[in-house]
Design a protein around this ligand. Structure first.
Ligand code: UT7
Length: 332
């Protein structure tokens, strides 16, 4: 039996810091509201004149490779999770492959929003276990700032979503590393959090550039209340599912790295699982919600801070657009 494990983690966040006060200067919001409802104090925005989703991912990848004592040439497959690809098509996986100077290795894009990284990790885990690949690069990267409605109308999403990239290198192991992954979706709620266009199911005339009358269809639309209510239930379900599948109990979790959706969601889960502060990693205060990038950025920082040690039991969990939700248990 082959097992798989994460051998390196890396991340990259853009330089530009966007504070709550800055957002308050361009829309009707304020630091007190944002802090109380989301826990976010600041976030990073990419510079689209020089940053791309793929080159942010490449920077995160190089950090992960360095920490794993590997080079680009060791990678034999890429799984790229993003809902903000550089192009409508092809996906950003191939652009990352080009950026890393690699020739002809496969690259797969995953579009499962906030659950995207765990979905991507699950794909890598299966490919390693079957022996198909030996070194898989799993990344989550997003440039969401360019799709946000930066007016008062879009304030419930503008204050939350932000940019960044995280990467993990997955290789075979002779003992269990990734213990299990659990993936779910419920498409009945697709429109509760979505960007409609450029959707293909439109009359041709509506897809002509000069006919795009309503640019709001290119912005993120979110029914925050509805997303929040489902998130807290699904997060708990999918964490308990992972623990039960491995005959483990919540007390045995050394570190929970939840998708950084909203600090209130993380705090609710922490309370329900009765975990101490040092058992839950949060960095949403500094980076906002970076969707598919949030878990690998958080893992990379937690590892660098010495909070992920050998033999630790790590739990990842996410919920987001789709709706999709997922979890993973990892023995480090
Ligand atoms: O990544 C995974 C997917 N996303 C999530 O998990 C996000 C889940 N949802 C949330 O985090 C929360 O629903 C939000 C933070 C988006 C909103 O918080 P809330 O406590 O659910 O607020 P609300 O939408 O119920 O709005 C409460 C009030 C409203 O005003 P009225 O109608 O009571 O007068 C909003 O218009 O707050 C208003 N509001 C704001 N006020 C200041 C909404 N956004 C803002 C804002 N600043 N940015």
């Amino acid at each position: 039996m082959h097992y798989s494990k994460i051998v390196g983690l890396g991340h990259h966040v853009p330089e530009t810091v966007i504070t709550n006060d800055y957002l308050s200067s361009i829309m009707d919001t304020n630091d007190a509201w944002i802090t109380e409802r989301t826990g976010i104090k600041e976030r990073r925005y990419a510079d689209p004149t020089k940053d791309t989703v793929a080159n942010m991912a490449a920077k995160a990848t190089r950090m992960a490779l360095k920490r794993a004592n590997l080079t680009e040439k060791d990678i034999d497959f890429i799984v790229f999770a993003t809902i903000t690809p550089d192009y409508f098509f092809p996906g950003s996986g191939v652009l990352l492959q080009r950026e890393l100077g690699l020739e002809s290795i496969g690259a797969l894009d995953i579009r499962n929003a906030c659950s995207g990284f765990i979905y991507a990790l699950s794909v890598a885990d299966q490919f390693i276990k079957t022996g198909m690949y030996k070194t898989i690069l799993v990344v989550g990267a997003e440039m969401q700032s360019t799709a946000i409605d930066m007016t008062t109308r879009g304030r419930n999403t503008a204050v939350i979503f932000a940019d960044g990239a995280g990467a993990a290198i997955v290789q075979p192991s002779d003992k269990p590393g990734i213990l299990s992954t659990h993936l779910h979706s419920d498409g009945r709620f697709a429109e509760e959090l979505y960007v409609r266009d450029p959707g293909s199911s439109r009359p041709r005339e509506e897809r002509q550039p000069e006919q795009i009358l309503d640019t709001t269809h290119f912005k993120v639309v979110m029914n925050g209340n509805q997303v929040f209510k489902h998130a807290v239930v699904r997060f708990m379900e999918v964490i308990n599912e992972a623990l039960a599948a491995n005959q483990l109990s919540k007390e045995q979790i050394d570190l929970l790295v939840p998708h950084q959706a909203n600090l209130r969601i993380s705090q609710y889960i922490q309370e329900k699982l009765a975990l101490r502060d040092d058992q839950v990693y949060n960095n949403i205060m500094r980076y906002g919600n970076t969707t598919a990038a949030s878990i690998p950025i958080a893992m990379s920082e937690a590892w660098a801070e010495g909070k992920i040690k050998e033999n630790d039991l790590l739990c990842l969990a996410a919920f987001g657009s789709g709706f999709t939700w997922a979890s993973a248990l990892i023995r480090w």
